[in-house]
Write a protein that binds this ligand. Structure first.
Ligand code: GH3
Ligand code: MG
Length: 701
């Protein structure tokens, strides 16, 4: 039945000694990576054969290698189940040699999926098992993996300690292990700011790799070189290395390495200010990570995309990627919590459950509040939402936001009393001692447990000032800067009347809210800018043609419905071309600005004026009949003509205007029809002698 099986002899040898799996071990690790189809065929056969012959140990090994097989297919759930299946069988037989391998497998799997605490836990279990059984090979593999794990967790000190220990202890290492250690040490040195040392380690690794074929290590070497060159400021060399790393990974189908190369390459592009390139690179790594379930890489790509889009002012895309980042982070976190929960079932599961639930609710709440904050475009509503919601996340008596006004060198504070919602504002000089200015200038967070004892860390003297009358002084407080486009633009703070009210978790929560608030404030500012550009004409400060018509249509509807009087006046400068032709366009512009300034001083606060054309203005006078509008128009005409305008050095000119009036009644069909009527009378005024007001009352035309 097994006569066709490639390794039939080896298979039957298992019957004599089921513990001797060495032959299959020597081929399977390689094959699961480089020839997965063949590996599956071998594993299926071993599994079937072991079950038929009641051999538990080979069965467990088969499950174990299925774990690696599924890791290579990026099917991490099935990989986990296979490892756990193997674990159960090895445990039942107290087969420590196998258990050590399981620890190694789970250590790597959890590291790949970003579950670092679980990964460390299995790593440590494996290390103690290999020490116990004096299995040096396994010990070294596990130590190296633990070191790599710490690098992934960005705990470079611990990583360095573990890896240098391996070197110091003179363990016997295979060539592959040596390369792995050197490259890991290089990565640590780059991250702790010693790129030269890193380059030395990389060179060592290259020498060791010299005779071997191109592997994923070759791609990693190029990537690390790129990172080191980038740290040294040699961007051109760095880019060449990243490109090489990418190409090798691409040609050989090492998707993991490819994503790593892309991420580092994009960081370089960001440094060089090439945002578009960074975005296109990162989009590629997002696609690969999504299809291969590389959650850790997807998370990193998302946060980089968020930062890049924020940098170029595309808040919508920035927000999308921030949300994506939070989603993946939650997913990884939830998964890990779930796994930990399963393990804790027999311990104090209840306590853990409520703690977990609390954490979960908090994340959920934060994301909901974040949505609310971001979808708002009005600064006051943003503050209102945060102050209303913040107490569900952090206990606070006082909530505050301060905005830094760079031009005036001031911070504008808004405080909310959380007990009754009353507000206070105050302005502080940036050069005065304040927690806000410390936080903005240093871009650092502040946690204070008891302000009277701890203020000296941040400010020289403490001037007590009570924010809310009849309320006590705040004793503990946390501050975090609001960052927009890499600039600290303000601070957010929560404060309590009690001492020791806040810890790091509260600060983290505040930081997330501050992040949302920064995006919202940034959006609100852009919106305000856009709104003002669209609403007001830059030269005259009058409403734009679009806005005055929009407003006119609204007023028209209301006044027609209410049957009230309502007039419009069309104004046009007389012989304006002459001013342009004689003194040039710049002087012409100045003349328009001065004239419109004069006009705006003549009009009532409830009238609206807009720039209808180049030298043509439309004044809407709600509530005025034609006669009343005539008086307004006449006053404007006489004030304008009675003045001389200094439009250039020694150039003093007189300007006159002509005006046409129309009172809305039952004849016109729309607002624009009425405006056309006013234009007609303006034409009459121009036709007669200019510097006149015209309307349809015969006597006044
Ligand atoms: P009229 O008395 O018949 O109104 O004569 P006019 O010379 O004022 O002629 P008209 O109103 O037809 O033309 C207005 C001129 O104003 C035409 C255009 O070149 C000029 N103009 C329009 N907008 C601007 C501007 O923003 N700046 C300057 N300098 N000139 C402008
Ligand atoms: Mg004109």
């Amino acid at each position: 039945m097994y006569s066709d099986f490639t390794y039939k002899d080896e298979l039957y040898k298992l019957i004599d000694d089921e513990n001797n799996f060495d032959f299959f071990r020597s081929i399977l690790k390689e094959q699961t990576t480089y020839n997965p189809e063949h590996a599956k065929y071998v594993l299926d056969t071993i599994l079937k054969f072991s079950k038929e012959n009641n051999m538990v140990i080979p069965e467990a090994w088969a499950y174990y290698y299925f774990g690696w097989y599924y890791i290579n297919l990026s099917d991490y759930d099935t990989a986990l189940n296979s490892f756990l299946e193997a674990n159960e069988l090895f445990e039942k037989n107290n087969y420590k040699q196998g258990l050590i391998f399981i620890c190694n497998g789970l250590n790597s799997l959890y590291c790949l999926t970003g579950q670092f605490s679980l990964s460390s836990e299995w790593g440590l279990k494996g290390i103690s098992l290999s020490e116990e059984t004096d299995n040096k090979d396994a010990l070294v593999t596990l130590l190296i993996n633990t070191g790599i794990n710490y690098i992934q967790m960005k705990d470079f000190n611990m990583a360095k300690e573990v890896l240098t220990n391996i070197v110091m202890n003179d363990y016997e290492l295979t060539n592959l292990m040596k390369v792995s250690v050197k490259l890991s040490l290089a990565e640590i040195e780059i991250n702790i700011g010693k790129p030269e040392t890193a380059l030395r380690y990389i060179r060592d690794a290259e020498v060791l790799e010299h005779n071997t074929e191109i592997s994923s290590n070759t791609s990693e070497i190029c990537k690390l070189k790129g990172m080191a060159y980038s740290k040294l400021g040699n961007y051109d060399l760095a880019e060449i290395e990243f490109m090489k790393s990418y190409d090798i990974a691409n040609v050989f189908g090492y998707n993991h390495e490819k994503c790593y190369a892309i991420i580092e390459w994009s960081k370089l592009s960001i440094k060089k200010g090439q945002s578009i390139k960074a975005i296109s690179l990162l989009n590629e790594s997002v696609n690969i990570s999504k299809s291969s379930n590389f959650n850790v890489l997807l998370k990193e790509s998302s946060i980089l995309l968020y930062e890049t889009y924020k940098e170029i002012g595309n808040s919508e895309k920035a927000l999308f990627h921030l949300e994506e980042y939070i989603r993946i982070d939650e997913e990884i976190y939830d998964y890990e919590q779930n796994q930990l929960m399963v393990k804790l079932k027999f311990k104090h599961a209840k306590m853990e459950a409520s703690l977990y639930k609390l954490l979960y609710d908090k994340t959920e709440l934060l994301s909901n509040i974040g949505q609310k904050i971001i979808s708002n475009l009005n600064f006051n509503s943003i503050i209102e939402i945060i102050s209303k919601e913040i107490n569900s996340l952090i206990n606070s008596d006082t909530f505050g936001i301060a905005i830094y006004d760079i031009e005036r060198n001031m911070v504008e504070y808004y405080f909310v009393d959380e007990s009754d919602g009353s507000t206070e504002s105050m302005t502080l000089d940036m050069d005065d001692n304040s927690f806000a200015s410390y936080c903005i200038k240093n871009r650092k967070d502040i946690i204070i447990n008891d302000v009277s004892k701890e203020y000296t860390e941040y400010i020289n003297s403490l001037r007590y000032s009570i924010v809310f009358k009849d309320k006590p002084l705040e004793k503990s407080m946390i501050y975090t800067p609001l960052i927009i486009n890499d600039n600290a633009v303000g601070v957010m703070t929560v404060q309590s009347y009690n001492t020791n009210a806040y810890d790091k978790n509260d600060l983290n929560t505040l930081k997330i809210i501050a992040n949302y608030a920064s995006i919202a404030i940034d959006n609100a500012n852009s919106y305000k800018r856009i709104e003002s550009i669209a609403t007001y004409d830059a030269m005259t400060g009058f409403l734009t043609r679009f806005e005055i018509i929009r407003l006119g249509e609204m007023i028209y509807k209301k006044y027609m419905d209410d049957k009230k009087a309502f007039s419009v006046i069309m104004i046009d400068i007389d012989d304006f071309k002459v001013i342009n032709d004689t003194f040039g366009h710049v002087c012409g512009d100045r003349a328009i600005a001065m004239l419109t300034d004069t006009i705006s001083r003549c009009i009532r606060t409830n009238d609206y004026i807009g720039r209808y054309g180049g030298d043509e203005f439309l004044l809407i006078c709600p509530g005025l009949s034609q006669n009343e509008a005539f008086d307004v128009a006449e006053r404007i005409r006489s004030v304008v003509s009675g003045k001389a305008y200094l439009i250039d050095e020694n150039v003093l000119v007189n300007i006159t205007i002509s005006l046409g009036i129309y009172e809305f009644g039952s004849n016109e069909l729309s607002f624009i029809d009425g405006v056309k009527e006013a234009d007609k009378y303006l034409y009459h005024a121009k036709k007669s002698s200019k510097n006149r007001v015209a309307c349809n009352l015969l006597g006044k035309c």
